[in-house]
Design a binder for this molecule. Structure first.
Ligand SMILES: NC(=O)c1ccc[n+]([C@@H]2O[C@H](COP(=O)([O-])OP(=O)(O)OC[C@H]3O[C@@H](n4cnc5c(N)ncnc54)[C@H](O)[C@@H]3O)[C@@H](O)[C@H]2O)c1
Length: 313
């Protein structure tokens, strides 16, 4: 059974890595796919078109429908053209997967403002702008009495949810995307749109430098005879979230790695101290260490809350 038969899907940054696998899986599931990719270098400093056309050729070779789009997702008019390309080519839009991304890792003290701006632009604006244009289309469809079973699937990262050295900028963008998704889910529910976020792991240009730097353990979650870091492992989760079966699931953040699908549990208010009035600064010293000790420590990069003895070490 094809779970996304005739659904119209945009996948941004679908020329390589994870996005390519999502596009191929959607096509296998019967969707018509807009393959967006401007062919960026890993840090986004140069572009060379090509990968989007290659993925379109792969999809057509399997007998499914696809069209390439080379617009920059963080460009306001470009992202509008991309959304319009889906509607003009396939007559509608059902699913937007915001996946495109770049990396410019630096320790914060070495970060140049142009690197900060480039990363924030591609990830945050590059998620907002397509979502804004697609959301307006879905609002208009809903108001015209043609509400669609629509989906936005955004891309966060362990770096944004849990923190990772050298990625203040990327992590800030990815944490922002998770927050944006939760709020967009609340805003767009009335138009029939769910908004979920994934934090994927898959061997791509993106990931390889994390493994090389020793910050990611490639053996985590390893199973013999199964390549847990194959980016294709994440595609079933994304295709299912894009299907009509996932109705009712919105505002969630899912980890996808190897054979594991995780639901991230977000920020929530922990233990507190309270008095009927304003604290004196001088009162807090006696109370704050105990308050913090009663709270769960932050999760590690794998998303796991460390055992109390390790957290104290
Ligand atoms: N690979 C991982 O393990 C991992 C982990 C966490 C998050 N992510 C996120 O997953 C997404 C995909 O990453 P990947 O590892 O497949 O990277 P990748 O570099 O292999 O692919 C990203 C694609 O996005 C395209 N792109 C970049 N800027 C663009 C723009 N402005 N407009 C259109 N296309 C653009 C690039 O050309 C590239 O083909 C990214 O958002 C990344 O931050 C990846």
């Amino acid at each position: 059974m094809q779970l996304c038969k005739d659904r119209v899907v945009i996948v941004t940054g679908a020329g390589r890595g994870l996005g390519r696998e999502y596009a191929l899986e959607f096509a296998r599931q019967g969707a018509k796919v807009v393959v967006n990719d401007l062919g960026a270098s890993p840090d986004g400093s140069t572009n060379a078109a090509g990968p989007a056309d290659e993925v379109v050729a792969e999809i057509r070779a399997m007998g499914a429908e696809a069209v390439a789009n080379m617009d920059d997702v963080s460009d306001w008019e470009g992202s509008q053209r991309m959304v319009q390309a889906a509607i003009d080519t396939f007559g509608s839009l059902d699913v937007l997967v915001n996946n495109a991304g770049i990396l410019r890792d630096r320790m914060m003290v070495n970060m140049e403002p142009q690197d900060w701006d480039a990363v924030i632009r591609v990830h945050l604006r590059g998620t907002f702008a397509p979502s804004r244009h697609a959301g307006a289309y879905w609002r208009d469809e809903s108001k015209a009495g043609r509400q669609r079973v629509a989906r936005i699937i955004n891309t966060s990262s362990s770096a944004g949810l849990f923190g990772n050295v050298g990625q203040t900028c990327y992590g800030a963008a990815k944490a922002g995307i998770a927050a944006m998704s939760i709020i967009a889910a609340q805003e767009l529910a009335r138009y029939g749109v769910t908004v979920n976020t994934i934090y994927p792991t898959g061997a791509s240009r993106h990931l390889n430098h994390l493994i090389k730097s020793g910050r990611l353990n490639p053996q985590f979650n390893a199973v013999e005879g199964f390549d847990a870091l194959d980016p294709a492992n994440v595609a079933p989760l994304v295709a299912w979230l894009g299907s009509t079966e996932s109705s009712g699931i919105t505002g969630r953040v899912f980890g996808g790695r190897g054979g594991r699908i995780t639901v991230a549990e977000g920020w929530h208010a922990g233990p507190y101290i309270e008095k009927a009035g304003r604290w004196e600064v001088s009162e807090l010293g006696a109370l704050m260490p105990d308050l913090v000790a009663r709270a769960a420590p932050n999760a590690t990069l794998d998303g796991v809350i460390p055992a109390p003895d390790k957290a104290a070490a």
